[in-house]
Write a protein that binds this ligand. Sequence first.
Ligand SMILES: Cc1cc2nc3c(=O)[nH]c(=O)nc-3n(C[C@H](O)[C@H](O)[C@H](O)COP(=O)(O)OP(=O)(O)OC[C@H]3O[C@@H](n4cnc5c(N)ncnc54)[C@H](O)[C@@H]3O)c2cc1C
Length: 587
Amino acid sequence: DLSARAGPLVDATFDYVVVGGGTGGNVVATRLAQHGSKVALVEAGGLYELESVVEVPAADVLPCGSDPGTQSAVDWGFVTHGQPGANGRSIHYARGKCLGGSSALNFMIYQRPTIESMQQWADTVNDSSYTFDKVLPYYKKSVQFTAPNTQYRASNATAAYDANAFESSGGPLQVSYANYAMPFSSWMKLGMEAIGIKEKEDFNSGSLIGAQYCSSTIDPSDELRSSSQSSFLTEITPSTLTTYSSTLAKKIVFNPQKKATGVHVTGLLGNTVTLHASNEVIISAGSFQSPQLLMVSGVGPSDELKDHGIDVVADLPGVGQNMWDHPFFAPTYRVQVDTLTKFASNLVFAAESVIGGLLEKTGLITNPVADYLAWEKIPQTLRSQFSQSSLESLTNLPSDWPEAEYISGAGYIGNVSNLLEDQPKDGYQYASILGVLVAPQSRGNISLKSADTNDLPIINPNWLDSTADQEVAIAMFKRMREAFQSDAMAPVVIGKEYYPGEAVQSNADILEFIRNNVMTLWHAACTCKMGSSDDEMAVVDSQARVYGVQGLRVVDASAFPFLPPGHPQSTVYMLAEKISDAIIQGL
Ligand SMILES: Cc1cc2nc3c(=O)[nH]c(=O)nc-3n(C[C@H](O)[C@H](O)[C@H](O)COP(=O)(O)OP(=O)(O)OC[C@H]3O[C@@H](n4cnc5c(N)ncnc54)[C@H](O)[C@@H]3O)c2cc1C
């Protein structure tokens, strides 16, 4: 019972104060409290189950459109304005404002990075405890795995998996497979095979090149979302954890020796108090607001801090810089299988799906819509058209780090303005493949609007800024077209390409289509990047301790040194488990 552990908003002292009850923060707060420490968890939002439908897997498509009007009650409402790579469009960037954070809004895809990308992490931060083998126990620690339910899933939608990837795990976060596989995915599988991407057994043991039905953070007992809130906060309830929801962190307090001693926070009624930390303050406010909170508290690029009249505690030029993200775009075809389009346009089908999902725990609404993934390096025929500078930047990547990810999207995607309302209402079914840049070379940044956390920081993802990203994106578009137009997919595809359509042929036209439709996959990371002490842009060391001050760590996606290939939630959980362990061990 979370409310029983909510604290009245008065000055108080704890061993640790954790800011941000999101994906990473809930793990850290719970693990430290489980170990007997007195912990305060400060979260700006409340319980998401009270305010939204995103517990139901298929409802993940509702609140994340590029149109700011799709924003849910548990979203901060970030909008990036005038992105040059998106032809100047303004785009809503969903971020969870609730206990659970973005794990309450995400698409539930669960998979892990590659062996060589984790070796690169270890090398970059000069700490061999980040190799894949060494972090694997921390990936396992958070999760409870349940194999696909073959009683429900169609026989042509068998999801292969390697049980060893989850062996001896026993955490509260549920990882399983939707009882209903999207019918389009079995066709995408054939299309991927036709262009040379073969099915593989597993995406959780360190290699990704290949294709597969993915595992998802779905609770098999009710086919609903498993988030860091429903798992960590609800399942593990240490009495030494006090949760302050609807409470905004305003500023980290430092003593004259530059040790973080607490946090100023404001409650719903506007009263500000100090939560003191005898040991440490841990910031887990996400990739946009962890750098913001550091900056308003005096830790960041000194010029920017001075512009806002903020006294500099530590001049760290990397705070808010180095933002990685995974942008995507999606061509669409008419298809002969049931998709989200039918759900959006056929009331009877929609009602049947909802009733079936609730009563029988199967059917379309129990599927998070994106359930089949494929990864590759761009093949030589297309690669040979890349410029020399693009080839050089891509060769710096390890051999097992894919450049392209293709995700099944059983519906019309367009510019993602509103995934439900935008479905065509002409009686046809539509399906797309999302092409995602998973080795992006463009970097964005976060800057302050004001010195007050009440004002959202300014986000600049800078998608498609680099020539390499543009060239890879064009090649990905051609690969997706090749798959859709393969003999293998011919039985399911109706007619010619629906969107953007056959008229789009030249590289310039393809890039224009991409710019007009590009959207984030919501993977913002690395804005307080981890790095070794000789990297002046590093913000935290390999134990997530902020350079230049004492008693302060950042533990969330912002602390990644770079964004490893794939979907980041597994790595946020891993990092939070690993750093919690380090804190408990006195590191
Ligand atoms: C729509 C969407 C789809 C996604 N799909 C996937 C997917 O399928 N698979 C995957 O692996 N990843 C996915 N992601 C990304 C993944 O969910 C995030 O990378 C991850 O959840 C980030 O965790 P975090 O701890 O860094 O931040 P968050 O989980 O966002 O937590 C930050 C928390 O800090 C709180 N906070 C911020 N500022 C303050 C403040 N000043 N005071 C108090 N509290 C504050 C926020 O309210 C929030 O609860 C998706 C994300 C979104 C939004």
